[in-house]
Structure formats: C-alpha cells, structure tokens
Design a protein around this ligand. Structure first.
Ligand code: NAP
Length: 298
C-alpha cells in the first residue's frame, strides 16, 4: 500500500493561519507588529528566490518587513556595521542573513554579530547552546530541524521510545534534529542514532528506523529495501537533477521516492515536504521574538 504523504505545504498553511492570529493579538495587546529584516548579499539566484519567498510570506502575515539588498562586493566590516544597526533598531525582532555569503566574508563572524535575541535563524552559538540545554532554556530553534519536528508532531508520529536514524550531521540539519529528538519531554524522548560517511553498514542502521530522517544531499542514496515497512521517512535533501523543457530546475530528495513510497507508512515529497516548513518556522521564531520583546514568553 502507498504511504501517506506528509505535505509540508498543507502544514505550512495551517501554521501560518495560527501565526496570523498571533500577529493580530500582538497588535491588539501591545500595538506591535513583528519586524523582520532579510539581508541579501549579492544576487545568487537560489538565494534571491529563497529571500523573495521569505519576504512574501512575512508581508502576507502583516509583519513589518524590510529587505536589505547589499552588493556582492560589500566589505565584511560594512556588513557587520549594517547588522549592528539592525541590532539596535527596536522595530526589528528578527534578523536573517541569507547564506551562503561571498567567500571574502567570514560567515561565522556574521552569525556571531547578530544579537542572539534577534537570531530567528537560530544559528548563533548562544541559541545553539540553549537548544542543547533544551526545555525552558531553548529559545530560537534552527528552522529546518524545528520544521521536521513540527511535521512529526503534527502528523501524530509517536516519538517517545521510537528508533530514529538521522543520516547526516551538519550543523544546520543533522546534528540539531538528532539533539532535539533525543531531548527529554514532549517532542523528544526518541532513541537517536546519527550516521555519516564513516558509519559502517548504513543500510543496517536505516533498516531498523521507525523514523528515518535523511539530510545528506545525495540523490537516491536511500534504497527502498533499506526502509522498515511502515516507517516514517523525512527526506530533507534538495538536489537539482536537471531542468524541465521550460528551464525550471528539476528537484529530487535523497530517498528513492517511488520505491520508498510503497514500503513506508508516511513519507515527505521533494519538493513540498520539509522545504515549506523551514519558512513557516522562521515566521514562528519571528513572532516568538516579538512576544519576548513585549515581555511575554510564548
Ligand atoms: P551537508 O552540510 O553537506 O552535510 C551532509 C551530511 O550528510 C554530512 O554529515 C555527510 O557526512 C552526510 N553524508 C553525505 N553522504 C553520505 C553517505 N553516502 N552516507 C552517509 N552519510 C553521508 O548538508 P546539509 O546542509 O545538512 O544539507 C543536506 C541536504 O538537505 C542538502 O540536499 C540540502 O540542500 C538539503 N537542505 C534542505 C533544507 C530545506 O529546507 N528543505 C534545508 C537545509 C538543507 P560527513 O559529515 O561524514 O561528511
């Protein structure tokens, strides 16, 4: 039987409707609109398209949205100065610097320059540290892993005691989702294994996963026969595998989707799975930041 499709597009719609109600409450109770600045350096086509989607979503939600487009040649010092100005601006609750940055700019320095209380991407070491501590300490969770967890929770996938295998250990996906699902308490309590290129018997690990999360960036890496019947499969991979006749990029995940769909219980499509959740979580972090700036923890 074909697996249930976990649609990130549908879940995003649900989350944005909840956030729109919160934006209205913020306005009524505090006269505040969530403020988000999206900083784009250069004109990398993928970055331009990600930023425009973020801006569009923020505007639809009624945010105070500022898009700052800076030239590819901007110096590191000038970019840091621009961030510092947004750190001081009380109308801004979230600062997003679209990555990657041009090679002459040190990404770490840029991330570290963002006020942790406005770091809605959740990449600042202070927020990553808070995430590791978990529970009440956590503030802004990185958006893609937060979106994955939200998908699992909203789809009613049991997490407590589940065997979770995460393929990949990057700082933006693999490592944080592994940590988040291993935390004590609701939305966690799973038994997590994180695998990578040095793992012996990748297939063997995948085969015992109740929940298989794949973030490797390798199309077709996960074979259908590696999937436990009935498992939940979250495919984070976004791989460009060609172009359509009209020149549109053709995308595929890391999982052999057609085959896996016949074995898994639930599976995310690519595109339309984890991707839309990432933007929803960015909006959620910004609304949360606005509440926190009003002295309310939500
Ligand atoms: P990354 O930094 O390149 O990390 C890839 C990870 O996968 C590494 O830990 C690597 O292991 C592991 N890996 C690669 N090939 C493997 C193999 N054959 N067997 C086992 N492990 C393997 O990638 P990332 O930034 O996490 O992104 C991963 C994918 O997710 C990409 O396709 C990216 O486009 C996508 N992505 C999607 C979203 C979204 O919103 N949908 C967001 C972020 C990323 P080592 O550490 O040993 O090298």
């Amino acid at each position: 039987m074909s697996a249930e499709l976990l649609s990130g597009t549908a879940m995003r719609r649900e989350i944005l409707a909840e956030l729109a109600a919160e934006v209205q409450s913020l306005q009524e109770q505090h006269g505040v609109r969530p403020g988000l600045v999206t900083i784009l350096v250069g004109k990398n086509p993928a970055s331009v398209s990600y930023v425009s989607l973020k801006v569009k979503t923020a505007l639809e939600l009624g945010f105070h949205e500022v898009q700052e487009s800076l030239p590819e040649t901007i110096s590191e010092a000038d970019l840091l100065a621009a961030i510092e100005a947004w750190n001081r601006d009380p109308s801004i609750h979230g600062i997003l610097v679209q990555l990657p940055l041009p090679p002459h700019i040190d990404e770490k320095k840029v991330i570290n320059a963002i006020d942790p209380d406005k770091d809605v991407d959740g990449f600042h070491p202070v927020n990553l540290g808070r995430m590791v501590l978990g529970g009440e300490e956590a503030r802004f969770l990185p958006c893609t892993p937060a979106g994955i967890r939200e998908m699992l929770v909203r789809s009613g996938t049991p997490l407590a005691g589940a065997e979770v295998v995460v393929v990949g250990r990057s700082n933006i996906v693999g490592k944080p989702i592994a940590l988040m699902l291993a935390q004590k308490g609701p939305g966690g309590d799973a038994t997590v294994t994180c695998v990578h290129t040095h793992t012996r018997d990748l297939a063997g690990h995948c085969k015992r996963a109740d929940i298989l999360i794949v973030a490797a960036g390798k199309p077709g890496l996960i074979k259908p026969e590696w999937i436990k019947p009935g498992a939940t499969v979250i495919d984070v991979g976004v791989n460009r595998i060609g172009e359509s006749a009209s020149g549109k990029a053709l995308l595929a995940g890391d999982v052999d989707f057609a085959g896996a769909r016949e074995i898994a219980g639930k599976i995310t499509p690519v595109p339309g799975g984890v991707g839309p959740m990432t933007i929803a979580m960015l909006m959620k972090n910004t609304v949360r930041s606005a509440w926190l700036h009003c002295g309310e923890k939500r």
